[in-house]
Design a protein around this ligand. Structure first.
Ligand SMILES: Cc1cc2nc3c(=O)[nH]c(=O)nc-3n(C[C@H](O)[C@H](O)[C@H](O)COP(=O)(O)OP(=O)(O)OC[C@H]3O[C@@H](n4cnc5c(N)ncnc54)[C@H](O)[C@@H]3O)c2cc1C
Length: 176
């Protein structure tokens, strides 16, 4: 998995793996957060019914990305050539269940060499935020990735590095 959502989730996965000493974490992806399970069922069935001669792999195109369709059909045990008249209701329910809670088993995160942002580092409670000076060692200043912060995905780590860097540099110069 990649992209902003995976980056954002990764810290929670690491914490959960460390906390519970489990080998894996189950995530579920809701592909239709604005619809209830019943609405997903009714709307997908209505689509199939409206185009009753169409194979379900094509019926699902307005709902799911092309790459997801074969995976979803396989996982719910549906033949991709089925049409509305011969859809087994139970299996379609299974498909809708997957659309609302697609399971992803996460076994870990990538290595430090591949990390975009790292958690851990110098604890914030040991730093005066108005100067970025260490509360433990006079004249020692910290900024950026060395701090135990990870900003919200979307540019906030660079923002944090710039702003803490500005403050640490300015305060250090003033002290000198
Ligand atoms: C692939 C990738 C993509 C990212 N994308 C984003 C993004 O889109 N938005 C966002 O906000 N953040 C992003 N980040 C995170 C962001 O880049 C960092 O949070 C930020 O660069 C941290 O700044 P920094 O100055 O603290 O550390 P760094 O940028 O890591 O700078 C540390 C510098 O110190 C140097 N250095 C290390 N050891 C020594 C030494 N002994 N002597 C001298 N120099 C040394 C290193 O070579 C490096 O130049 C991304 C990170 C990666 C890896």
């Amino acid at each position: 998995m990649s992209g902003p959502i995976a980056l954002r989730c990764s810290q929670f996965v690491v914490k959960e793996l460390n906390k519970s000493e489990r080998k894996e974490v189950l995530l579920t992806v809701d592909l239709f957060p604005d619809l209830s399970s019943d609405e997903v069922y009714n709307q997908s069935m209505a689509l199939a019914k409206a185009d009753a001669k169409k194979a379900i792999k094509n019926v699902l195109k307005p709902l799911l990305s092309d790459r997801l369709i074969p995976i979803m059909l396989e996982k719910s045990g549906l033949d991709d050539q089925l049409t509305y008249d011969n859809i087994p209701k139970q299996k379609w329910l299974e498909l809708c269940k997957l659309m609302k809670a697609f399971p992803v088993i996460v076994k870990g995160t990538l290595s430090i060499e591949e990390a975009f942002v790292t958690g851990g580092g110098v604890q914030l409670k040991e730093i005066d935020p108005s100067t970025m000076q260490s509360k433990l060692v006079n004249g020692l200043y910290f900024c950026g990735e060395i701090l135990d912060i990870h900003g919200y995905t979307g540019g906030y780590n660079i923002t944090a590095a710039f702003s803490t860097g500005y403050m640490a540099g300015k305060s250090a110069a003033q002290q000198v």
